[in-house]
Design a protein around this ligand. Structure first.
Ligand code: BTN
Length: 262
């Protein structure tokens, strides 16, 4: 498979003042999140970006794996030292979802949607997943670092049978040639802007605008039960507000929901 990710090519598209500019590119790695976490623990600075052509053990939320076919996607993790408290740091994931949507839009003109809390969708299927992990080392309520991991399916690839109905790649939605270096730079540029004013929560307006869930009938998926509800809105903390069938409102700060098929 042709490996054409290059720091030089990414840097040509990066804004000169983008702070996410310490690029480290690997042909193959277990997980960019695991590698970035190790580097951060050893002192890697804010803006270190670990990028791989292929992951052998890409990780998703809730202990799942993230399928990462060689040279077909963008698999990257950013070391963030934002110096903000945990409540503000929790906004990193929704801000990153907006950043991914903006970057895809900038490069392709497509209008991705966001499925709470951290998946980006094209044409009703998942094109990107985000896994944010915080350092266990917390001082004065401020985590020492965050690892923001993003996986985007760029070119069509063979996915495991069970994923095929639910995942997609950008190339399925556009005929335009896709340059992963340009897309990575667009993503880092957008993330840098969004993360520099995280506490303003201004991006939440766009998060709601791009939401796939608001107004839809959904199921709240709990380990022991499935609760039918309607997604009413998403507040400025990124929490999903749902109305249960008895009319009660429930605010969800994390978890998993699915859209109910009619
Ligand atoms: C999810 O959809 O559950 C989150 C998936 C996150 C995948 C990305 S790919 C780059 C980074 N490295 C990992 O091991 N995971 C994240």
């Amino acid at each position: 498979m042709q490996h054409n990710l290059s720091a030089e090519a990414i840097l040509t598209h990066l804004n000169p003042d983008c702070s996410l500019n310490r690029l480290q590119i690997f042909d193959v790695i277990d997980s960019t999140n695991t590698a970035a976490k190790r580097m951060a623990a050893e002192g890697a600075v804010h803006g270190t970006v670990v990028i791989a052509e292929h992951q052998t053990a890409g990780r998703g939320r809730l202990g799942r794996s993230f399928h990462s076919p060689d040279a077909k996607g963008i698999y990257l993790s950013v070391v963030l030292r934002l110096g903000c408290d945990i409540a503000t740091a929790a906004l990193t994931t929704p801000a990153a979802a907006v950043g991914v949507a903006r970057a895809i839009n900038r490069v392709t003109g497509l209008e991705p949607q966001i499925k709470w809390v951290n998946d980006v969708y094209l044409g009703g299927r998942k094109v990107c997943g985000i896994l944010t992990e915080a350092s266990m080392e917390v001082s004065g309520g401020v985590p020492a670092f965050l690892i923001l991991g993003i996986g985007i399916n760029v070119e069509q690839a063979v996915f495991p049978e069970e994923l095929r109905p639910i995942v997609t790649a950008i190339s399925e939605h556009t005929d335009a040639p896709l340059d992963r270096n340009e897309l990575i730079a667009a993503l880092l540029n957008e993330l840098d802007i969004l993360l520099s004013s995280l506490s303003s929560r201004e991006f939440m307006e766009e998060y709601r605008f791009r939401s796939l869930l608001i107004g839809k009938e959904i199921n709240v998926l709990r380990p022991d039960q499935t609760i039918p509800a309607t997604a009413e809105s998403i507040n400025d903390d990124g929490h999903l507000i749902v109305r249960l069938e008895d009319g009660t409102l429930l605010t969800l700060s994390s978890g998993e929901v699915s859209v109910r098929l009619k």
